[in-house]
Design a protein around this ligand. Structure first.
Ligand code: A2P
Length: 286
């Protein structure tokens, strides 16, 4: 288990770049509130902010970081290329658009948001992912981004990508919360030196209201949200909790003063198909 003591302790990516072990997630943080929410996260101590072109809140994220008065280098900022921008040239343009929206001259991490899947692209899916990845590799070689990775890629998508990749992905960001433990992908990432990040670590209401989780959390004197974040950390992954409420943003960082026992971990692991989207990347139609 990682011996982290606070949200800005770091994982080391396979290229030596360090990444804070908890990030502030911004999916569903509306564009008009992003600046205020990210400012609250920064005030709480977050230095790792996760956004995406698809979230349409990059401008607010960038403004909050600029207006924090802290140097750009003290932050770790991630964005992602959306599905409609796959392909070499489109991805490079999408990256420039993200930089412009953020008002930054480099990113810390850039991800392919979802793999092109067979259902939508048939046998062209593999080549499309390869071309998108080639663009990320070139952005990395050009020094415009400090690390590159994937999101929602399962082991078979990564294996297919590695047939032509020059750089092994540093990160894979997957849906991960009690009720959706992607054990196979977690194991693959651990075995291959890829840091797994967790989107939707709180699993939304179905998880937050689960009686089993409420019972464990109350016994430990923690909230279910804190339990979920701790569970992700003890699975060796990097949680990206989202909230727009300053009290919750702060509470979600208080996850280093307790440890889940093996029994509690097993009990939480046994929850299935609960909360979040439980999205299967090979089945999505977006
Ligand atoms: P809000 O932003 O209103 O706080 P996900 O895991 O998919 O990112 O879901 C996060 C959801 O959980 C959001 O709806 C968020 O709503 C809510 N949330 C975030 N932190 C907490 C918390 N500490 N307690 C309860 N709900 C939370």
């Amino acid at each position: 288990m990682n011996q982290f003591t606070g949200i800005n302790d770091t994982f080391v990516l396979h290229n030596g770049v360090t990444i804070p072990c908890v990030g502030y997630g911004t999916y569903k943080v509306a564009p008009e509130v992003a600046k205020v929410s990210v400012a609250a996260a920064i005030k709480t101590g977050y230095r790792h902010i996760d956004t995406a072109a698809y979230y349409r809140n990059e401008a607010g994220v960038g403004a909050a970081i600029r207006e924090s008065g802290l140097p750009r280098e003290s932050f770790f900022v991630t964005s992602k290329v959306w599905n409609t921008d796959r392909g070499y040239d489109q991805t490079k343009s999408a990256f420039d658009a993200s930089l412009q929206a953020l008002g930054m001259d480099y990113l810390d991490l850039y991800l392919i948001h979802w793999p092109a899947n067979y259902l939508q692209y048939g046998k062209d899916a593999k080549a499309l992912n390869a071309e998108t990845w080639r663009a990320l590799e070139d952005l990395y070689h050009e020094g415009k981004v400090r690390a590159i990775g994937l999101s929602n890629f399962m082991p078979h998508h990564i294996e297919a990508l590695m047939e032509t990749a020059r750089i092994k992905p540093m990160v894979d960001q997957i849906e991960l919360h009690p009720g959706w433990l992607q054990r196979g992908t977690l194991r693959y990432c651990a075995d291959n030196g890829i840091v797994a990040e967790a989107w939707s670590p709180l699993g939304r209401n179905a998880v937050l209201e689960d009686p089993n989780l409420i019972s464990i959390a109350s016994r430990l004197g923690k909230s279910v949200a804190q339990l979920c974040i701790r569970w992700v950390i003890q699975h060796g992954a990097l949680p990206l909790p989202k909230s727009v409420h300053p009290d919750r943003i702060a509470a979600n960082t208080q996850v280093f003063d307790f440890i889940l026992s093996d029994e509690d971990m097993a009990s939480i692991d046994s929850l299935v198909n609960l909360g979040g989207q439980c999205a299967r990347p090979d089945d999505v139609l977006f």
